[in-house]
Design a protein around this ligand. Sequence first.
Ligand SMILES: Nc1ncnc2c1ncn2[C@@H]1O[C@H](COP(=O)(O)OP(=O)(O)OP(=O)(O)O)[C@@H](O)[C@H]1O
Length: 593
Amino acid sequence: MVQQPELRQNSPMRSIGRVLKSLGNYRWTSLGALISVLLLTVANAVTPQLFRWGIDQGIAPRNLQIVLYSAAWMVVAAIARGLFNFGQSYLAEAASQGVAYDLRNKIFSKIQNLSFSYHDQSQTSQLLTRVTSDIEQIRTFVGTSLIQVIGGLITLVSIAVILLIMNWQLALITLSAVPISAWLMARFVNRNNQLFGQIQQQLGNLNAVLQENLLGIRVVKAFVRESAEKSRYTTLNDALVTANMQTIRAIRNTFPFIFLLSTLVTLAVFGYGGIQVIFGSFSIGELVAFNSYLVLIFQPILLIGFAAPAIAQAAASATRVFEVVDAAVEIRDRPNAMLFDTCGGRITFENVSFRYPGATTEALKNVSFETKPKELIAVLGMTGSGKSTIMNLIARFYDVTGGAIRIDGRDVRDFTLQSLRSHIGIVFQESTLFSGTIRDNIAYAKPNASLEQVIEVAKTAQIHDFVISLPDGYNTIVGERGVGLSGGQKQRIAIARTLLTDYSILILDDSTSAVDAKTATQIQAELDDLMQQKACVTFVVAQRISTVKNADRILLIDKGQLVAQGTHEELMRISPLYGVILESQIQHHQVKS
Ligand SMILES: Nc1ncnc2c1ncn2[C@@H]1O[C@H](COP(=O)(O)OP(=O)(O)OP(=O)(O)O)[C@@H](O)[C@H]1O
């Protein structure tokens, strides 16, 4: 049974746990960052003590030497703070880059392995967002928020202990403000968590419209929908700004309270501490030092507060990324799968049925046939009848949901995918080329092919003359900034690309639909020879009368069923449907050309 794309239950906490675990690959860098945080805390904690020393032992008794010493140590502490601060953020960033690098590679190779059915059901823009923006969220969490929280907690605890040791009464006044500010921060995060999630979502929606418009700009222009698209984008853009403004308002509403609280605490410390100084139970130096610690104790609360939404966002992003990483690969090698090396030419469909994942009806129902060596099989049927599906099943882009497909008696599922697919040459309906030169594109599956080999297949595919007419010939760049190619030219490059592989089964799925009739006949004539030499069986989805006439056998497909098979003459005699389809589907002008 073909499965749905997996939505494994990765809880946000579990996902964050997995991100932290992946730091194991960068354990020395992470350890370095942690040590830097600890040393930074020490340097931070020491500085007020130097003040205390300088004031109580230097300024008060007018001892210049101690004042100078304490000033010198303060410089040392400041340099140390700078160094450890740099070390902490540099090392944390380095570890975060490593984690993001690993995740990007992991998700990319997973995307390569995922079956057609996964890609059928997932949105390209969603996958793009996961590889880019979600991984960036995770990176920011590892590089910034995580270290903020760890550093914040260490500072909070260590400074609280120092304050208690210095003056427990003043410490209790100060620390009473900590739970209040923590509560304010928690309330802020809880209230706005959804809002932060919404912002990501809205950013994703905005990007989806942008991507759709970039890909479909021709359609937009042809249908004069520019202003409609602009207003669709503007509406989403407005929603994003509104959500962003809401968070800014929320921040404005919460943080002044925390600042007010810290000011009140400072005043209380000044008042109560001042009384203690006057009565001689606390020195001026201690009061100044105590006051300096106040800044250090409120800073972590703010930092942890700021980090909290980023952590929540990173957890959501990690969940989305791991959904892809964990998705089940439906089409995979069986244990002990064997190599497919030779093809005798007997391909058997045994009661094959197939239903696309999520579809309610079967695309193929009980299809049975067997090919003979060197046969040229034309597959004919109305649009949507299941022709491409037959081709997809041979190469195991999907696995049958009923029955079996065998090659020389062996179930296709018993072969390794790699050996099976590398012996099947397939030209798809849509010819996708990659950015690079024409030569690179033709030699896509065989990057080491010589120019002579490339030219040979290009000649067979009737594209050579066009290529050499270009100023850069085979080195012409195709794709985004390169030369634009017509649909027919792309198809011919795609045919050449397939011909260069080590195919023994050749599948041409509507592969000359965009090529003019005369050229298609020439390609066909060239292919006839090749098919005799190299292919053990050839399947062609037929759109031209010459193809069906040329075929050894025609499979007539109707609504997912094989309704008739035979040569052109036989089918003309026995199948009324054949005549109807020929009339409606096949390009008759071919006969004249
Ligand atoms: N990826 C898919 N997911 C769900 N259903 C699909 C998918 N691809 C095709 N189908 C459905 O399966 C049926 C057969 O499609 P198929 O592409 O095999 O037809 P076809 O005969 O090759 O059509 P055409 O000549 O138009 O290319 C159609 O009803 C189609 O809607």
